[in-house]
Ligand binder design. Structure first.
Ligand code: NAD
Ligand code: LMR
Length: 342
């Protein structure tokens, strides 16, 4: 869970009292697409992290005001704004974690793949700049379609000779956050206790919650499994329809992305007990990219966790086989795009 370790200062009488847990703020984080629906609340949540010393906000427009606003929060990090292609390189110098929520969101009736034509090029350009300016950074890709944008990023990094598969992540944390919420609600469990691994990818049936692996273990009827699985798979669409043309999930996404950033920073800081689901280069299945739980460490992915894929129920096993052709096609589409470009 996102730890309650934020550097908020509590007031006690006339005294300002620091919260007891005050790790050293020493990491630089960049958000590319920082003026957007996700970017703004995400920047706010990252600004609250005690581990961050510098927060770089990049966008093609409107980022100056966001940075001025955030910079007044009395938390440790220094906030700097960067606008437009000419300032992109500087936004990335010395950065430890780059988060990319740049690109267009869905409207009702669209699939995530319908965003490919616009977002593929955006991700390609931004990752080229990452390769040139902070090739050692953890890269968190949020821009959809994640199933294709992560393979695009990998190809770009390979072409630049700096690909490190342990440091490239598709952010699927929102699927876990949703699964945890929906299962806890269904079973009247404390939200904080529930953890559901979600594997596969991040679109429709490629999102596969492994409800049989829920911790603490829960007993669900076949009908409950079916309903919960479909709800988790369609949760993004649920928000797109509720927003009725005004975009897709931004606040829950910012929460989920902030959790993934905080986990990455804790791993960089030497915490040896950090596990998250993420869409990464993988040998757990025959597909080159696959979301699963991973152990995070100082160097990125320290280990994939294969045990989640063992002993699946018949329902999960079938769903796993069913998602593979779609995920494979999305991966191949991303790779083909990256390689057809000059
Ligand atoms: P938004 O339109 O509100 O914001 C996108 C921002 O990106 C804008 O500020 C825009 O100026 C900026 N941008 C566009 N091109 C850019 C470029 N070349 N460089 C830098 N910035 C650029 O959209 P949003 O709601 O924040 O969603 C952003 C993306 O995140 C979408 O593709 C959406 O589908 C995706 N998303 C992913 C998940 C997930 O779980 N991975 C969840 C929600 C949304
Ligand atoms: C989500 O899952 O909310 C995002 O991928 C955005 C979307 O288009 O559904």
């Amino acid at each position: 869970a996102l730890r309650a370790s934020f550097a908020l200062k509590a007031h006690k009488g006339a005294q300002v009292v620091q919260t007891p847990f005050q790790p050293q703020a020493s990491y630089k984080v960049a958000v590319l697409g920082a003026a957007g629906g996700i970017g703004q609340p995400l920047a706010l949540l990252i600004k609250m992290s005690p581990l961050v010393s510098d927060l770089h906000l990049y966008d093609i427009a409107n980022v100056k005001g966001v940075a001025a606003d955030l910079s007044h929060c009395n938390t440790p990090s220094q906030v700097l704004d960067f606008t437009g292609a000419a300032e992109l390189a500087n936004s990335l110098k010395g950065v430890d974690v780059v988060v990319i929520p740049a690109g267009v969101p869905r409207k009702p009736g669209m699939t995530r793949d319908d965003l490919f034509n616009i977002n593929a090029g955006i991700v390609k350009n931004l990752v080229e700049a990452v390769a040139d300016n902070c090739p050692e950074a953890f890269i968190h890709i949020i821009s959809n379609p994640v199933n294709s944008t992560v393979p695009i990023a990998a190809e770009v990094l390979k072409k630049k000779g700096v690909y490190n598969p342990k440091k490239l992540f598709g952010v699927t944390t929102l699927d876990v956050v949703r699964a945890n919420t929906f299962v806890a609600q269904k079973k009247n469990l404390k939200l904080i206790d529930v953890d559901v691994p979600v594997v596969g990818g991040h679109a429709g049936i490629t999102i596969l919650p492994l409800l049989s692996k829920t911790k603490p273990s829960v007993s669900l009827t076949d009908e409950e499994v079916e309903k919960l699985t479909v709800r988790i798979q369609n949760a993004g669409t649920e928000v797109v329809e509720a927003k009725a043309g005004a975009g897709s999930a931004t606040l829950s996404m910012a929460y989920a992305a902030a959790r993934f950033v905080e986990s990455s920073l804790r791993a960089l800081d030497g915490d040896g007990d950090v596990y998250e689901c993420s869409y990464v280069e993988s040998d757990l299945t025959e597909l080159p990219f696959f979301a699963s739980r991973v152990k995070l460490g100082r160097k990125g992915v320290e280990a994939l966790i294969p045990s989640d894929l063992q002993g699946l129920t018949e329902y999960e096993q079938k769903a796993l086989e069913a998602l593979k052709p779609e995920l494979k096609a999305s991966i191949e589409k991303g790779i083909a795009f990256a390689n057809k470009q000059a």
